[in-house]
Structures are given as structure tokens and as C-alpha cells.
Write a protein of this length. Structure first.
Length: 133
């Protein structure tokens, strides 16, 4: 497994295929996937020995105060094999993100234990997630 920080058109197609298998990203089009990758501050993928994308995360950041992780995804065949760990560590150690004060993400309760082991904690504030659209 190898970390990549640029996705080829083939990798983007493979990412789109991964998206179609998850409830939270099932309706995304290939064009939307291309736009999301192009507009991210940082993208990190993990490819197998055949250069096929097996894991991905995109980050939006100001490179000072905040870095927000989106679309953390690992192919079913690679879950539980340390690939998610490799992905999160690649984000936290990325040279463009080394001075960021806070890394943040949204996750379902069943994923909190996974992220806790990398230093993520629940906030104990009264902040409320708000959404428009």
C-alpha cells in the first residue's frame, strides 16, 4: 500500500466507485467527485500494488487554524487492516498541514473509538452543527 497526494483520472473513477457503495455518498456523480477532489485543500489516497485506489480522504483547510476531514473512506476489503490508520496518519503528518491548530471531522458514534486513538475527542461545547440546503 502506498500513499498518494495526487489522484489520476483513473483514481478519481475508482473513488467514485467507492462512493457508490456507501449510503452517505451513493448519489454523487462522477462530475461532482471530480469537482470535490479538484477543490480540496489536500487529498490523500492509498493505492494497492496494482495502483488501484483503496482509501481516500479530502481536507479543507486554512492551513493555520482548522483542517476539516471529509469523505474518509476505505474499501471493504481493506477495512480492519490498518489502512484507515495509515490514512489518518498521512493527514496529520502532511507537510502542508503541520502548523494547523485543530483537525476536525464529523463521524457517526460507532466511529468515535477509531478516531480517538489518533487524538480526536468529542468537544464539550454547546456548538451546534447547522446546515443549509
Amino acid at each position: 500500500m502506498q500513499v498518494v497526494t495526487t489522484l489520476s483520472p483513473a483514481h478519481i473513477s475508482q473513488l467514485h466507485a467507492l462512493y457508490t457503495q456507501e449510503w452517505w455518498s451513493k448519489g454523487r456523480t462522477l462530475e461532482q467527485t471530480e469537482q470535490a477532489v479538484a477543490n480540496a485543500s489536500v487529498v490523500i489516497g492509498i493505492v494497492d500494488d496494482e495502483n488501484c485506489l483503496q482509501a481516500f480522504v479530502r481536507v479543507l483547510s486554512d492551513f493555520v487554524f482548522k483542517a476539516l476531514l471529509f469523505d474518509v473512506i476505505v474499501a471493504d476489503a481493506y477495512r480492519g487492516k490498518g489502512v484507515g490508520e495509515q490514512l489518518v496518519k498521512a493527514v496529520c503528518n502532511h507537510p502542508k498541514l503541520r502548523d494547523v491548530k485543530h483537525f476536525e471531522l464529523y463521524c457517526h458514534p460507532e466511529m468515535t473509538d477509531f478516531y480517538r486513538q489518533y487524538g480526536f475527542v468529542e468537544t464539550d461545547s454547546n456548538l451546534q452543527l447547522m446546515r443549509r440546503g
